[in-house]
Write a protein that binds this ligand. Sequence first.
Ligand code: 6GU
Length: 237
Amino acid sequence: MRIDVVTTFPEMFEGESPAALGVSIPGRAMRAGVLEVVATNIRDFAGGRHGKTDDRPFGGGPGMVMMCQPLWDAVRAVEALDTTPAKRILMTPQGQRLTQSLVESLAKEPRILLIAGHYEGIDERVIEKLEPLEVSIGDYVLSGGELAAMVLIDAVARLLPGVLGHDESAASDSFSPVGPSGERLLDCPHYTRPRVWEGVAAPEVLLGGDHGAVARWRLKKMMERTRERRPDLLGDG
Ligand code: 6GU
């Protein structure tokens, strides 16, 4: 999959081993060639002598507004870098919430173009013309869309074919549809050696070698946890 990021801070995504995406599973996906992340600087498309990408808001008020033309030109130029059509996504706290089911559907796209906005906002006219899917990672405000874009990229990367090994399959993660009626549940608790730590023993059922009993115990714990912590996932939030 190719993911383009249109941003005024491309350095956050670039280099031999970019901070968040160069390590762990996203790093593996990139080194394996399953994922390619290409960052483009909106500033390179700014007209005028000063390379301005933002201006003061009509009507007054604090902050700056991202101008239409540099963003429009950047998106069109980036799209033309590859013949594969890109799914346009604008990272914004006003977007639909990023969920595992949205991540699963995005992982099936051949190409994604992420727009990371900054400043107080983006001129509404360029958003209307680009018609992106608007996505938020939660109800809090980040300084810009870049960290949110990295969250989306990480979540998608681990679902790409061949990225997770058999022993780390995504099928048993929290939010995978594993409940008896396809509910998305929280994961169960996990244990490893030693059997007793600080006087606390690991659950006996996990040590007995009865795979059916282990699977039943895990599903029961997943249901309990979800009911306690996230009843909304069971439809009774
Ligand atoms: Cl996608 N962008 C920004 N700037 N803040 C956010 C967000 C996105 N999602 C949650 N907060």
